[in-house]
Write a protein that binds this ligand. Structure first.
Ligand code: HEC
Ligand code: HEC
Length: 411
């Protein structure tokens, strides 16, 4: 087959490939979906007015089909365990996510024009940074470690509701304090350390920025800038960040025949009793919506996690169970970035889990919080577990031009 020249073509072919469950087509299409940069991105949308001395976004024509990205990976569409969720009042549209992409990379969203969302969420690192704590707009440090943004729409809880309508402690951030991505998006913008803006100054500044007029008009019908629209567009772009081309993803579709013996041993440890990891990092997204206490500390002192949201001491030390997709790229690890390598993480679960009173059941020996489980893995098994974690790396995702910086000056 001839390589498609742009994403529109590719998307169509990918969908066909998905429908026919043809892995060969899917793989071929995936490879071909990347070289859109020179030909398509070079075609600047001339309706975006250019203001002197200010970086302008360069966007592809026709628009990228963000609304269809979640339909491309057949093994996600068919996965009943973790479904793509998007709120009824803010579905991902091509124009909405296009606007969200520009906002995500725009330093104008910070008080002194120094910091964009992408400053702390870098594509080449699966949308996190490589620091324990991130640098804010004035050089101050964030309180927690930046989170990677992978397949977040599969965690979306659509308003924080629990099963059967019961309230449940689910949401975004390490302590789950943001019930939706729309609520989340405005929080870093207004955070004094991170971006330091007021919503008033944000809407004024974006209203005065010419290239936003057609982008808002196309996404929402009129060029008016409101913080609600900013939040919706950012959430749409973040929901579009779908990683689905790792070695693991190929494995799901080929009965893991593409895995080495070591990787398959690691997979068995991860899913089975030896490691028991999948009881928390479950489904093909490696997530669990309920926050857990994975025994990093015996006592919670400086960061109480979920208890800071609920006020309940029994929630102390409970944090979001992050997806492990692209985990090889997202060091350091945990909410405070305390563990530097995947080997350190595996050793934590193998021998270092602390007897916190709220320690999650899965990590207790004999159900006792004061006797944490010890895995007693051999060196070879620990290496196998790390090898398995590395199969979750998606090198296409981190260079996918649908998610890249539109302000980048291309050669
Ligand atoms: C100065 C660094 C910084 C900037 C700028 C920043 N973030 Fe973050 N982001 C973080 C940190 C740190 C966390 C974790 C904070 C916490 O849990 O308390 C986070 C968490 C998140 C999460 C939660 C992910 C999850 O799995 O729950 C999302 C989504 C997110 N950021 C999106 C954004 C968007 C959108 C912007 C721009 C409007 C942005 N961030 C700007 C550092 C930053
Ligand atoms: C009881 C539930 C639970 C079990 C079982 C569990 N984890 Fe975790 N995992 C968590 C939680 C919660 C976090 C985040 C903790 C924090 O930062 O405070 C986490 C964090 C991680 C991280 C770091 C993620 C990041 O983005 O920084 C890795 C890697 C990881 N776990 C791997 C594993 C492996 C491998 C196993 C099996 C040996 C395992 N986990 C078992 C709950 C669990």
């Amino acid at each position: 087959m001839n390589p498609p020249h742009n994403f529109r073509t590719c998307s169509g072919l990918c969908l066909l490939a998905v429908l026919s469950f043809s892995l060969a087509n899917l793989t071929g299409c995936n490879t071909a979906s990347t070289p859109i940069e020179p030909s398509v991105t070079g075609t600047t949308n001339t309706s975006i007015a250019s203001a002197a001395n200010s970086p302008q976004p360069t966007l592809p024509v026709p628009q990228i089909e963000y609304s269809k990205i979640h339909l491309i990976p057949a093994h996600f569409v068919n996965d009943n365990a973790a479904q793509y969720v998007t709120p009824a009042d803010n579905p991902v549209t091509d124009a909405g996510a296009t606007l969200g992409r520009v906002l995500f990379y725009d330093k104008k969203l910070s008080l002194n024009n120094s910091t964009a969302c992408a400053t702390c969420h870098k594509q080449e690192l699966a949308f996190t940074d490589n620091k324990r704590l991130s640098d804010g707009l004035m050089g101050g440090l964030t309180r927690r470690h930046s989170m990677s943004l992978n397949n977040i729409s599969y965690v979306d809880v659509g308003g924080g509701g629990g099963r059967g309508g019961a309230p449940a402690p689910m949401g975004f951030f390490w302590d789950t304090r943001a019930a939706t991505l729309e609520i989340q998006a405005l929080m870093p913008i207004q955070d004094k350390t991170e971006m330091g803006m007021t919503l008033d100054s944000l809407t004024k500044r974006l209203t005065q920025t010419d290239y936003y007029k057609p982008l808002f008009a196309s996404a929402f019908g009129t060029p008016d800038v409101t913080s609600d629209r900013v939040a919706k567009a950012l959430a749409q772009f973040v929901r579009s960040l779908i990683t689905y081309r790792s070695k693991f993803d190929v494995g799901v579709q080929t009965n893991f025949q593409n895995f080495s013996a070591q990787e398959n041993r690691g997979r068995a440890i991860f899913n089975g009793r030896d490691g028991n990891c999948a009881t928390c990092h479950g489904t093909r997204q490696f997530i669990m919506e309920r926050p857990e206490n994975n025994g990093l500390d015996a006592v919670s002192t400086t960061d109480l996690g979920l208890a800071e949201v609920t006020g309940n001491q029994r929630d102390a030390g409970r944090f979001r169970v992050p997806s492990l997709r692209n985990i090889e790229l997202t060091a350091p690890y945990m909410h405070d970035g305390r563990l530097l390598t995947l080997e350190d993480v595996v050793e934590h679960y193998n021998s270092q889990v602390q007897p916190h009173p709220n320690l999650s059941n899965q990590l207790r020996a004999n159900g006792q919080a004061n006797t944490p489980r010890r895995l007693n893995l051999s060196t070879a098994d620990k290496q196998a577990l790390v090898a398995f974690l590395k199969t979750l790396t998606d090198t296409e995702f981190i260079k996918d031009t649908r998610f890249s910086n539109p302000f980048a000056v291309l050669p």
